[in-house]
Design a protein around this ligand. Structure first.
Ligand code: SF4
Ligand code: SF4
Length: 370
């Protein structure tokens, strides 16, 4: 639904500059920004997707976000809207990320040829309704996920503050293309965790694959979140012929180690051709295995491999003695060698700062759609 936007300023000629994400769009009256969800209406700026959801939500394992070191084994109530500040050529969620809302925010449509007559209905919800649903579901965490949450800023600020009062942790699964002002509001409202995509380490990658000018705002957001108490995990999707060279992986691992610390989980994820298919190859096992080994050699304690089976890359090992501390089978935890007070069962190394929140020891089935 339409709702007055935060973080914008008026320039000359009724043009509005938005500061919600690092695209910093300048929007003329009657137009929308790059995300298609923020509109200049007669010199005032509005989000069109406040409380506009693609469904009432779904329950997912938190490991699916992916978050492996945060409320492990728990369920994340997952919600999404439409739109995105990027145009990733590989987007697996393009049917929502590249949709455009109508001005009431109750319907989405597409602007590409061949899709112009397709429409999708959006569910409208109030912040209070959402909180009731999450509480009733029993989930201890809520994830803003699937499309880009940073463009959902007002809805996130309003709902996260209510969810915090119910002791429900909030999670952003994000491209990290934030601004200092928007990050500050997210930090101040008490976002609990973020999985941030670092898609590549060069501006060229961001320009050619994502339609964004630079990687720097993403790196700045990751540092800002980490330094201000948000639990941060990083995801890197490895696309053959684009960001799959040893040098690309080393640069990323060194940056994470130097700027976020070796306790920061780094998920390497396998690509499969989707949407505009920047590569027509799947990421081979050997590339993910190389990435895993480079991360370990760099000193990172928690490298992970996603979307592909890898004998070590789905598990967590004690950074002190190397013992297996959490074994994962799919999204479930099959072995947990961490004591209730978060010590390694083998060497009693304190893992309290590495595994945040309660570890659920019987995770069972955690998928449900409604
Ligand atoms: S949220 Fe980002 S993409 Fe959307 S209008 Fe604002 S600056 Fe542009
Ligand atoms: S940032 Fe994520 S949701 Fe947005 S276009 Fe890229 S892959 Fe899709």
């Amino acid at each position: 639904m339409k709702h007055k936007a935060r973080l914008w300023e008026k320039l000359d000629n009724e043009i509005i500059q938005c500061h919600v994400c690092a695209q910093e769009c300048k929007v003329a009256p009657g137009n929308v920004g790059m995300c298609r969800t923020r509109k200049n209406i007669d010199g005032e700026f509005y989000t069109l997707i406040y409380g506009s959801l693609i469904s009432k939500g779904s329950l997912d394992p938190i490991e699916k976000k992916p978050l492996y070191n945060y409320w492990s084994g728990h369920t994340a109530y997952s919600i999404a809207s439409i739109g995105c500040s990027f145009r990733c050529r590989n987007c697996q969620n393009w049917s929502i990320s590249q949709a455009t809302p109508n001005e009431n925010g109750n319907e989405g449509h597409y602007e590409f040829e061949d899709y112009k007559d397709r429409k999708m209905s959006l569910v409208e919800m109030s912040p209070e309704d959402l909180v009731k649903r999450v509480v009733n579901s029993g989930a201890k965490t809520l994830a803003y996920t699937y499309n880009e949450p940073l463009i959902w800023h007002e809805w996130i600020i309003d709902t996260a503050s209510l969810l915090n009062k119910e002791d429900i942790k909030t999670i952003l699964v994000t491209n990290g293309f934030s601004t200092p002002e928007a990050s500050k509001e997210l930090i101040d409202v008490g976002i609990g965790a973020a999985n941030i995509d670092i898609k590549g380490m060069t501006d060229e990658f961001y320009k050619k694959i994502c339609g964004a000018p630079s990687v720097q705002p993403v790196l700045d957001t990751a540092k800002r979140f980490k330094n201000n108490g948000i639990h941060v995990e990083i995801t890197n999707l490895i696309i053959p012929d684009w960001n799959d060279q040893e040098g690309d992986i080393k640069k990323l691992c060194n940056w994470v180690s130097d700027n976020l610390g070796n306790d920061t989980p780094l998920h390497f994820s396998a690509y499969h051709p989707d949407y505009k298919q920047p590569s027509n190859k799947r990421t081979p096992f050997q590339t993910l295995d190389m990435a895993y080994n480079i991360a370990k050699e760099t000193g990172l304690h928690y490298p992970y491999v996603g979307n592909l089976r890898h004998d070590k890359g789905n598990n967590s090992y004690c950074p002190n003695c190397g013992e297996l501390i959490i074994e994962r089978s799919g999204f479930n935890l099959s072995t947990i060698n961490i004591t209730d007070d978060k010590k390694c069962k083998n060497c009693f190394y304190n893992l309290e700062k590495h595994f945040i929140g309660e570890i659920k020891r019987s995770s069972g089935s955690r998928f449900s759609f409604f």
